[in-house]
Design a protein around this ligand. Structure first.
Ligand SMILES: Cc1ncc(COP(=O)(O)O)c(C=O)c1O
Length: 327
């Protein structure tokens, strides 16, 4: 195992804190063998897990989708495990800022095949905690460059909206981005509508509208996405969930990605061409500031003024319905 200098020193496995450099799992574990598992990643700031309830709810949904049986007390189990691990890693102080990954596999079954004769097992539950590394300066000052992945998403696929550990499609898309000199890739649906990026949901701002692919577009229902939709209403933008095209992205005033750990990141280039001014937009940077304040516990959900505050976004108005797909 190659070791990074920021590597965690402990890992929580099925209720036990273990040294991170030891052996932890069975070679028969279904997560390892088949990607037969689910996961969540959340941010723990100052010892406080952000939106734990929402993450556990989504974990349960993913578990239901794959018929993985979670312990009835999974929420308390995870809350206790996260606290213990974050404290053991020394990130429980006021400045602690950690990306916590919870991985659950169906467990270890010593048997071959997709559904072995003896299915009885109990899930393997692992928690890891990684110090949050601020995004590279370029990502905030210059913004991300996106391409469209060649991997298409099928909105009818029942797994498309679950957070399973089968991530080969996502790795492939990231490799495509890297090969193209881009920072990330956005998936399109089989009909060519925007879906999501490899580890984040996507938003575009056009005039006063804050638009994002709807839940029908083969996306993960992001916890940050939900927060941003509520934030948008509070700050005077008009949230819209629908079917967006690559043209909507290319012609937007601003675009950004959002996820629990990375927060809000500006997108300034799509397929080699600038989006809007080609610089991170004012609404994007305000969303980032407000979300970070919320995660720090400095602001309630209700905070935020109604008129767009110090940004100069939201002024444009105009006919934002032209040339858009059906909603
Ligand atoms: C594919 C994908 N979409 C969206 C998200 C954003 O979800 P959240 O805001 O809950 O972190 C993630 C987060 O990891 C993701 O992997």
């Amino acid at each position: 195992m190659s070791e990074r200098s920021d590597a965690p020193r402990h890992v929580w496995v099925d209720g036990r804190l273990l040294p991170s450099d030891g052996a932890h799992l069975s070679a028969f574990d279904r997560g390892f063998q088949l990607g037969d598992g689910i996961f969540e990643t959340l941010r723990v700031r100052g010892g406080r897990a952000t939106e734990l309830v929402e993450h556990v709810r989504r974990l349960r949904r993913s578990a239901d989708g794959l018929a993985i049986e979670l312990p009835a007390d999974v929420e308390e189990l995870l809350a206790t495990g996260i606290d213990a691990l974050v404290a053991a890693e020394g990130h429980d102080g006021p400045d602690g800022d950690v990306a916590v990954r919870v991985t659950v596999s169906r467990g270890a079954i010593v048997g071959r095949g997709l559904i072995p004769a003896d299915e009885s097992t109990h899930p393997t539950i692992v928690i890891q905690a990684w110090a949050v590394v601020p995004p590279p300066v370029g990502h905030l000052e210059r913004g991300l460059r996106l391409i469209a992945s060649s991997v298409r998403r099928d909105p009818e696929n029942p797994l498309a909206t679950l957070k399973t550990t089968s991530r080969a499609d996502y790795v492939h898309a990231r490799l495509e981005a890297r090969a193209a000199g881009a920072d990330d890739a956005v998936f399109l649906t089989i009909d060519g509508f925007l879906s999501e990026a490899t580890t984040a949901n996507i938003f575009v701002v056009r005039g006063s509208e804050l638009a994002t692919p709807s839940l029908a577009c083969a996306i993960l229902p992001g916890t940050t996405r939900s927060w941003i939709l509520r934030w948008g209403s509070r700050v005077g933008l008009v949230p819209a969930e629908g079917w967006l095209t690559t043209r909507d992205l290319a012609e937007a005033d601003e675009a950004f990605l959002c996820s629990s750990v990375a927060g809000i990141l500006p997108v300034t280039v799509f397929s080699g061409a600038p989006i809007g001014s080609g610089r991170p937009g004012p609404w994007t940077m305000r969303a980032r500031r407000d979300r970070e304040a919320f995660i720090r516990g400095d602001a309630d959900e209700d905070d935020g003024d109604e008129d767009g505050g110090d940004t100069d976004g939201g002024e444009a108005g105009g006919d934002t319905s032209a040339g858009r797909p059906p909603r």
